[in-house]
Write a protein that binds this ligand. Structure first.
Ligand code: NAG
Length: 175
């Protein structure tokens, strides 16, 4: 009980509310056979993210990005992971950037900043490519997202030179 309320406090204390903060996440859990899409836990995580990043959360999300899905069904996990919360928030997920095009992501983030928005940006991608995205935005030596984790949130505030927090989505039953 004590541990639970302590971790809630830690999470609240580490949410940055300044405008245009980027939150990087990985897609949800995948099938053991390496097939496309999410497994049951991944679907559960996508539902959990409705609470984590939803309108009642402190994250104040105004833009959501996911890598472009392939027409053969590959690379769809990031979109599937954020679609439920995007629907709740009335946002269409920006899937205009290819997995391997970090400059495209950096441009989209800067374009959003330039709108004068006071909201924040959620970016869901393949974990191997998250470092590249952080680097394209301005961080010199970004961390590596661990292969075994699906729950980490990297907080990258303006001017995007540093991931200042790594926190957990704390999804019940998963994390
Ligand atoms: C993205 O990650 C994949 C491995 O999952 C790798 O093959 C690819 O080169 C990476 N893209 C970039 C731009 O580094």
């Amino acid at each position: 009980m004590r541990i639970a309320s302590f971790s809630v406090l830690v999470v609240l204390a580490t949410v940055v509310t300044a405008a245009n903060t980027v939150y990087f996440i990985r897609h949800g859990e995948k099938p053991a056979d390496g097939g496309n899409g999410l497994n049951a836990q991944g679907v559960q995580r996508s539902q959990c993210l409705r609470t984590v990043f939803g309108a009642s959360s402190p994250y104040n999300i105004g833009k959501i990005m996911a890598q472009t899905p392939k027409s053969n069904g590959k690379r769809t996990r990031p979109l599937m992971t954020v679609q439920p919360v995007a629907t709740d928030l009335g946002l269409s997920v920006d899937i205009s950037c290819d997995r391997d095009d970090p400059e495209c992501v950096a441009k989209a983030v800067k374009a959003f900043d330039a709108t004068g928005s006071t909201k924040n940006i959620l970016i869901c991608w393949e974990h191997d490519n998250l470092s590249n995205l952080a680097e394209a935005l301005g961080m010199k030596r970004p961390p590596t997202y661990p292969d075994e984790s699906f729950n980490l949130i990297w907080t990258d505030p303006v001017p995007y030179t540093n991931i200042i927090f790594v926190t957990s989505e704390n999804c019940p039953g998963l994390d």
